[in-house]
Write a protein that binds this ligand. Structure first.
Ligand SMILES: Nc1ncnc2c1ncn2[C@@H]1O[C@H](COP(=O)(O)OP(=O)(O)OP(=O)(O)O)[C@@H](O)[C@H]1O
Ligand SMILES: [Mg+2]
Length: 341
């Protein structure tokens, strides 16, 4: 199936006092209609900025310095490169909310404090879906009910500050889903929710995905959520994709030492061995002070002299301990024919 969104070589930079930093560095991946791509990685690795770049919402002075983001609009029109659109123009506004919706990491980013929850959602429905006020209002209440907000008719009349954090998060999810977007960018959509609501919201996202064939870019640090939801996983480290593949490959045959560390630090219920959880030593480097070559090198127990050069993201099918799957890619010298061991 043709991809709905195709990101190629996306590079998003911020000028700082110490020079320009690449928060997103040469990132390439694509998302298929109806599928979920999970984006994982430690805090600060560029996950949110990847999503914000797609909607052209990178905060100034940040900017997209290179790459393309091809999006195939509803109705079978020719793909457009979102990078070429004016970030304040009508074309991207038409896409935001209507075609591509985002659940922001911080709910108050997208909720307006001076309007009631119901009005905001209804407004968005009326704007994008050519519905009259009454219809839009009914859709808003229905959506609030579907995200598990009790007494939605009453809640719709309340302002964001009257809702608890978890409820605001759900209201925002309702707002994102009310226009039935073709692509949902979900940035840590369930992190602020307790587990029962979390499961409900994930179920809701899945059922809407099945109903409307919606694609999802799911950003999370929760490997459990990835295991539950993702059809494909992209692992980022310091702005770059370091590993990519199907969840089975990533979970059972993680190749990059960073991915291996990420998984070793996740508790598994019922794991019998006395093995302790392993923390990855060290911290994510500051983008201003990235080491030469592979950015994970200083924390890596398997580093080699060649790691001072940046490895490519390549199919790992040739590696001895890799899965025989060409879609599994890794950026690590360990799987290079010449340098690998
Ligand atoms: N406004 C800004 N000015 C300068 N640098 C920024 C700005 N916003 C983000 N960055 C840099 O971009 C990098 C990536 O940020 P991003 O928000 O995408 O991380 P993230 O992976 O979403 O992290 P988290 O898991 O904490 O949400 C960060 O390391 C940060 O230093
Ligand atoms: Mg983030």
């Amino acid at each position: 199936m043709e991809p709905l969104l195709e990101i190629r070589g996306l590079t998003t930079v911020f000028p700082t006092d110490d020079g320009t930093v690449c928060a997103v560095n040469d990132v390439t991946f694509s998302i298929t209609p109806g599928k979920t791509l999970g984006l994982v990685g430690e805090s600060g690795c560029g996950k949110s900025l990847t999503a914000l770049s797609i909607l052209r919402l990178v905060p100034a002075p940040g900017r997209i310095a290179a790459g393309s983001i091809w999006y195939r609009p509803k109705g079978g029109n020719a793909p457009i490169d979102l990078v070429r659109l004016c970030p304040h123009g009508d074309a991207i506004r038409e896409i935001r909310g209507n075609e591509i919706a985002m659940i922001f990491q911080e709910p108050m980013t997208s909720l307006n404090p001076v309007y009631t929850i119901g009005n905001q959602i209804a407004e968005s429905v009326a704007l994008h879906q050519a519905a009259d006020r009454k219809e839009a209002r009914a859709r808003a209440v229905e959506m609030l009910a579907r995200v598990g907000i009790p007494n939605p008719r009453q809640r719709a009349k309340e302002y964001p500050h009257q809702l608890s954090g978890g409820m605001r998060q759900r209201a925002m999810i309702a707002m994102a889903l009310c226009c039935r977007p073709a692509l949902l960018l979900a940035d840590e959509p369930t992190t602020a929710l307790d587990v029962t609501i979390q499961a409900q919201v994930l179920e809701l996202m899945k059922s809407l995905q099945q109903e409307f064939g919606m694609a999802i870019l799911l950003i999370t640090h929760d490997m459990g959520v990835i295991a539950e939801m993702a059809d494909e996983v992209v692992v980022m480290y310091a702005g770059r994709v370091v590993e990519q593949g199907e969840p089975e490959a990533i979970f059972y045959k993680p190749l990059h030492p960073y991915t291996q560390g990420l998984l070793a630090s996740v508790p598994v219920l019922g794991r019998r061995s006395k093995a302790r959880l392993v923390a990855i030593p060290g911290t994510v480097p500051r983008l201003q002070r990235l080491p030469q070559g592979c950015a994970f090198r200083p924390r890596c127990s398997r580093r080699m002299p060649v790691c001072v050069e940046m490895p490519e993201l390549e199919g790992a099918s040739g590696a001895a301990d890799a899965s025989p799957n060409a879609d599994h890619k890794v950026r690590c010298w360990l799987y290079d024919h010449q340098h690998g061991r």
